[in-house]
Design a protein around this ligand. Structure first.
Ligand SMILES: Nc1ncnc2c1ncn2[C@@H]1O[C@H](COP(=O)(O)OP(=O)(O)O)[C@@H](O)[C@H]1O
Ligand SMILES: [Mg+2]
Length: 327
């Protein structure tokens, strides 16, 4: 079970879960959130998964990017952020997809002058950037007063590949945003020269401030990931050799990135049932894998969660899953 002291350790405000798709990250994040809320702790769960699986898990529509109060709770809230929208916001800050005709004209002019860098920059945007920007936006949101009294903030993150890429992204993003910043200054200088030619007074470009803020928050995401006191990063996996090896690589990668991991959650463990040959063979096989995993993850606190006979959906199912996490 997850170290029980986490329940009373209020310094550890952020909980993040990583692992490959389908292992149970969303269900476990949601059940941890429900457990904290049942303990009387004001809790927020945030998802940046474009598939909106958190809504499915709670069986309540949480999409729309706004804070939603979960039915039956006065201290549990959720928010689903669409990472594509966060990426789109950046494009419009950068002036690539803006309705502003003046900016569009300048872009065309820049383009005809051979300044195509801005378009190129977005064409070569690696996967995971949207997710990183969404997290930066979340961190920005969280500074807002309405979030200050949340005792726990749980992130339901994207699968391993993206999560891993995301971790090395802040440095990349910093230079990415820096490039956009320079382009934007170039454009705004051209725009003000153009405007002053037309006799229009020039104004400070608000998008520069927005960009500055985003840059600041990308760094904050990295800091949050690496803060061993304020953040708990748990690895979620299942008892198969493939998942075990992948999780072990994730654990190594996280270590290299300076992210502290204490907890490994092994989900979907089949109960043994000798009346059912299939179940018995699977349970036996999983048992062998579990022994291997105990050695592989001997530096971590391991939590085992059974494979329930029903899909884990709704508060009741999440509550009972939570009981096998914290006991
Ligand atoms: N311990 C479990 N027992 C039964 N079903 C589970 C369990 N854990 C997860 N599931 C189911 O498996 C599916 C994938 O889980 P999910 O939490 O969405 O994974 P992830 O977020 O890692 O992709 C969901 O339908 C969920 O209800
Ligand atoms: Mg998920």
């Amino acid at each position: 079970m997850v170290d029980k002291s986490l329940m009373d350790n209020f310094e550890r405000r952020f909980i993040l879960l990583g692992g490959k798709g389908g292992v149970g990250k969303t269900s476990i994040s949601a059940s941890i959130a429900v457990t904290f809320a049942n303990d009387g702790q004001k809790t927020l769960i945030i998802s940046t998964d474009p598939a909106h699986s958190l809504s499915d898990s709670f069986d309540q529509d949480l999409s729309g990017g706004e804070l939603v109060n979960l039915d039956g709770f006065d201290n549990l809230f959720a928010m689903e952020i669409n990472p594509q929208e966060a990426g789109g916001d950046l494009k419009s800050f950068a002036g690539v997809e803006t309705g502003d005709e003046a900016v569009g004209d300048i872009m065309n002019t820049l383009s005809s002058l051979g300044f195509d860098e801005m378009g190129d920059l977005f064409d070569t945007m690696p996967p995971g950037v949207d997710e990183a920007l969404a997290l930066a936006k979340v961190i920005q949101f969280l500074e807002d007063e309405q979030f200050q009294d949340f005792k726990r903030i749980i992130f339901d993150t994207a699968p391993t590949g993206h999560t891993l890429r995301l971790l090395s992204l802040p440095d990349f993003l910093d230079s990415f945003i820096g490039k956009i910043y320079k382009m934007r200054i170039k454009m705004s200088n051209m725009a003000s020269a153009f405007k002053s030619m037309m006799g229009v007074a020039s104004q400070r470009d608000p998008s520069l401030e927005i960009m500055d803020n985003l840059k600041k928050h990308v760094t904050k995401v990295q800091e949050m990931f690496r803060d061993p006191i304020g953040t708990e990063f748990m690895i979620v996996t299942i008892p198969t050799i493939m998942a075990a090896n992948e999780s072990s690589r994730l654990a190594e990668q996280l270590k290299i990135e300076g992210i502290n991991v204490n907890e490994v959650i092994i989900n979907q463990i089949m109960p043994d049932n000798t009346d059912c040959k299939y179940c018995h063979v699977r349970a036996k096989n999983q048992n062998e894998n579990l022994k291997f995993m105990e050695i592989l993850f001997d530096r971590y606190n391991i939590t085992e969660i059974p494979f329930f006979d029903k899909e884990v959906r709704g508060v009741e199912a999440l509550t009972s899953m939570g009981k096998s996490i914290f006991i």
